[in-house]
Design a binder for this molecule. Structure first.
Ligand code: GMT
Length: 373
């Protein structure tokens, strides 16, 4: 098949999924065309069967707002015709789903369109009356719509009420990138003594992640156990969170390490992952941590409960319940038998439900169902 993919190419779960899926499809022999504003960051060297088409937005002085959406649609249309694409896969509803539909009209070719909803395109932007109609249009005019969790599928029906079936297809990771190795050497480089426990959180530091709850939970754990907290990522909440850690008197034990490419090494240093979000359609970082052997505590938000099975592969707490999170954390960090039991259960579960082969098969079948000849 000849597959066009559009996503946000910067760091972020939706871009990662789109890129890894494109790589998997290329490995299966399909021709994959990324049509994006930049080279997706996971594509770091030449890969057979993958072509990158960069969208350059016209900055003509008349434009107060350069027309990215129209330029993207025009580029996609060009790629549809030049490469005779069979399928377009648009990641994130706004503006990508709508751009795909416009591109199909510009190209005047009946290419199949798959749209994948990722999270805030529905749970935040879906409430915006200036966008809601366009999101509904993008969903209804796509041939097949998928969402990354049952929770997001349900929220899409509740918020947008589209006249369209939405299929849940879970996220996956490239397992090879997240090997369960105990990275003592890196711990030593960071000066973390052997008898310390390491908690970790990885995100884009937006409000929805409630990083204050991660730091508060850590402060309660640290009061009982020698421990460090690694915070990976950057975003609007970062400096506020540094001040909060200082206010709680734990700043010396919180390591703000910013954006890092090789996140797996940091999971490999960690004993526990915290995801305290108030909105989270899936939480790709959970899969990354779990595959690396790190047990997770998450909240009841969105699809987190579909990824972590409470009291079986990790723990779930109500949003904001830092006391309960700290109690679960201490239980896990002081009970080796429980920790290993959860580790074993989580490896079996993630391989059964989220393995890259299973999810790639599902998307490949979706694409095949849209190929016209
Ligand atoms: O929706 C977003 O906030 C952006 C998006 C991204 O590009 O990282 O994150 C969402 O998509 C990821 C991949 O499907 C999910 O793992 C994240 O849970 C989801 N984020 C939210 O729902 C907040």
């Amino acid at each position: 098949m000849k597959i066009g993919i559009t996503c946000y190419p910067t760091m972020g779960g939706s871009g990662i999924i789109a890129t890894e899926l494109g790589i998997k499809m290329a490995e299966r022999g399909h021709d994959v065309h990324f049509i994006t504003s930049n080279t997706p960051f996971r594509i770091q060297f030449q890969m057979p069967n993958i072509t990158i088409h960069q969208v350059d937005v016209n900055q003509y002085s008349v434009f107060q707002y350069p027309p990215y959406d129209i330029t993207l649609a025009t580029k996609i249309a060009e790629v549809i015709n030049v490469y005779d694409l069979d399928v377009l896969h648009m990641h994130y509803a706004v503006p990508h789903a709508i751009c795909g539909i416009l591109a199909r009209q510009i190209a005047r070719k009946d290419v199949g369109i798959v749209t994948t909803l990722h999270g805030t395109d529905i749970t935040v932007l879906g409430y915006d009356s200036t966008l809601k109609g366009a999101i509904k249009f993008g969903i209804e005019e796509s041939d097949i719509v998928t969402s990354v969790s049952n929770a997001l599928t349900q929220e899409t029906y509740d918020i947008i009420a589209p006249d369209k079936e939405i299929n849940t297809v879970y996220n996956f990771i490239n397992e090879k990138d997240f090997e369960p190795i105990d990275n003592k050497a890196l711990r030593a480089c960071y000066g973390i003594p052997d008898d310390y426990k390491v908690l970790i959180h990885v995100s884009n530091f937006r409000k929805v992640k409630r990083i204050q709850d991660v730091i508060k939970t850590f402060s309660l754990v640290r009061a009982k156990l020698k421990s460090k907290l690694i915070l990976l990522g950057d975003g609007p909440e970062l400096s506020k969170m540094r001040s909060y850690a200082k206010k709680l008197g734990v700043l010396d034990d919180v390591m703000f390490l910013g954006k890092q490419d090789k996140v797996a090494s940091y999971y490999q240093m960690a004993d526990l992952f915290l995801l305290m979000s108030e909105k989270e359609s899936f939480g790709l970082v959970l899969l990354e941590a779990m595959h690396t052997g790190v047990v997770c505590i998450g909240t009841t938000a969105g699809g987190i409960q579909e990824v972590i099975k409470h009291n079986e592969t990790g723990f779930i707490v109500d949003v904001g319940d830092t006391v309960q999170a700290s109690e679960y954390a201490i239980e896990l960090l002081t009970n080796d038998n429980l920790y290993s039991k959860f580790q074993d259960a989580m490896q079996i579960d993630i391989n059964k439900r989220f393995h890259s082969t299973i999810i790639t098969d599902q998307y490949e079948a979706i694409y095949q169902s849209l190929v016209k000849n």
